[in-house]
Design a protein around this ligand. Structure first.
Ligand code: FAD
Length: 475
């Protein structure tokens, strides 16, 4: 009898632990052949408004994550086949060469990914093969939810009421004990460098790379995070500190799939019953739930999430494709320090906090009146942790075209700036030109008198731009 060959097609699930497609292939087949394709379209084609689909930060993180996966397989005497090309053609050609029994993948639902998935599935049918979908990408299995996807509640609060504390999160799957490799000859290419993927020297050198991709680093980061924030002696933790909001920086790992949401949940959930830790643990669990919720909303509304009118089908008034204003925003030249500081951090590192993303998106939409889709596409290009549902779903909310949007979306950027960065340390770090400015003016240097500016040798419009919007109403 012919041996059963399971081809495992890796995409945004670059890990061995809690990888349902890999586990199912190992359980159902005699041997496993893992494959990853760098899809040429993601690197060669531009988005609608002319940005790279994958910016240099995410490309580097992806390369490192694939390298780490390759190493993990090599330690088990298995070769991860790496190729460059059109994914559906490459996977199809390998499947037909080795005559695989099934091709396994963790199912994706965003339009671009589905197109590739569907084309591959149809091609495989033509040679009598089948694509087997696993459902290991979310915190919750859709089958465990108390509603079908098309009835996903339209607000996060309602989703939480129906799911949180009611639907249990399944335990993460362990790495399969014994994975037997396919022994035939399937040529692999070397993992491409950034230069081979078309990134220029200028693009590479203009960045600070703070995250290293890969399952190993992701799990270590999670472990270090738990050790430093949760394993401190609970009694030694002052109540005030215990309530401080914590962030994990796990999003790049979650979105490339180096670490699964169930793994993060499993590590955090233990602290939900601890009176000192439960609030902070709860915040992180809410983040993971929001991530799932936005995935479900995207599954429910499909293309609408990416359209100007959003999932509400509304008509945001007063926004235009003003590329001049967009360039001011993108190049951190708004003259509003907190906005420019966040943009400089984003452009340099590919990562900013939730608050930073919120402020940048609000400023573009509410102050500059620029089409929110241009901002969402820009974030898609530069974010190291880009994920279609989280990015476009959050932009829907900020733009007022998602159901979670607040009706009164007025933001006082100066009040916000003072709250987020009371001493102006963050602003000074990213805008050193403003270093000499005293704390009382750091959030609004345009409010300094001519004499005060002269004393500090700062010329607004020369050393740092004057504000491009009227800031008087933010007093
Ligand atoms: C305009 C805008 C665009 C965004 N684009 C993305 C994106 O492309 N990718 C992305 O992962 N997040 C996105 N977010 C959500 C959020 O800002 C990041 O998930 C978070 O800042 C990541 O940092 P962390 O890992 O330290 O989060 P933590 O606070 O530690 O949260 C743990 C995890 O929960 C998830 N999470 C937390 N908050 C949210 C949220 N509001 N929406 C969805 N998931 C959440 C993330 O996966 C995160 O890693 C966006 C937010 C806004 C306002």
């Amino acid at each position: 009898m012919r041996i059963k060959i399971g081809l495992v097609w890796f995409r945004h699930d670059l890990r061995l632990a809690d990888n349902m497609a890999l586990t199912e292939a190992t359980n159902q087949c005699d041997v496993v052949l893992p494959v990853f394709v760098f899809d040429e379209r993601m690197f060669n084609e531009k988005s609608e408004y002319g940005f790279r689909k994958i910016g240099v930060q995410r490309a580097k993180f992806l390369i490192e994550s694939v390298a780490n996966l390759k190493k993990s397989f090599a330690e088990r005497n298995i070769e991860l086949i790496v190729r460059f090309g059109k994914t559906e053609e490459v996977v199809y050609s390998i499947a037909s060469q080795v005559r695989s029994t099934w091709v396994y993948c963790n199912r994706e639902r965003t339009p671009d990914e589905e197109k590739i998935q569907d084309t591959l599935e149809t091609k495989l049918w033509q040679i009598g093969q089948e694509l087997r979908y696993s459902r290991g990408k979310m915190l919750y299995h859709t089958g465990d939810l108390p509603f079908p996807i098309r009835h996903t509640p339209d607000t996060y609060a309602a989703f939480y009421r129906e799911v949180g504390k009611i639907v249990p999160v399944r335990k993460p799957l362990p790495i399969p004990d014994k994975i037997l490799p396919y022994m035939g000859n399937v040529p692999s290419e070397s993992i491409p460098t950034l230069e081979e993927l078309g990134y220029t020297k200028d693009e590479i050198e203009g960045h600070v790379f703070t995250f290293k991709g890969g399952e190993f680093t992701g799990l270590k980061m999670l472990d270090d995070f738990i050790k430093s924030h949760f394993k401190v002696k609970a009694l030694g933790l002052k109540k005030k500190k215990a309530h401080k909001v914590l962030v994990t920086h796990m999003s790049p790992y979650l979105n490339v799939g180096c670490v699964s949401p169930k793994t993060v949940y499993n590590a955090i959930n233990k602290f939900m019953g601890n009176k000192y830790h439960k609030n902070r643990a709860n915040c992180i669990v809410h983040g993971l739930m929001r991530r799932d919720y936005l995935k479900l909303i995207e599954k429910k509304y499909k293309e609408k999430v990416f359209e100007f009118g959003g999932i509400r089908n509304s008509n945001p008034v007063g926004l235009s494709d003003d590329m001049e204003k967009f360039e001011i925003w993108k190049n951190a030249l708004t003259g509003v320090p907190i906005v420019d500081a966040f943009m400089r951090e984003l452009n340099t590192t590919g990562f900013i906090s939730f608050e930073g993303r919120r402020i940048l998106s609000q400023f573009l939409i509410e102050e500059l009146k620029v089409n929110w889709r241009i901002g969402a596409e820009y974030f898609q290009s530069v974010l190291i942790d880009y994920n279609a549902c989280s990015n476009w779903g959050n932009w829907n909310i900020v733009a007022g075209v998602g159901y979670d949007a607040k009706e009164d979306r007025y933001c006082n950027f100066i009040t916000k700036s003072k709250k987020l960065d009371p001493k102006g340390e963050y602003i000074r770090k990213w805008i050193p030109e403003l270093s000499p400015v005293k704390d009382n003016f750091i959030h609004e240097p345009d409010k300094m008198s001519k004499e005060q500016l002269e004393e500090l040798h700062i010329e607004l419009g020369e050393d740092y731009p004057g504000p491009v919007v009227n800031t008087d109403r933010w007093v």
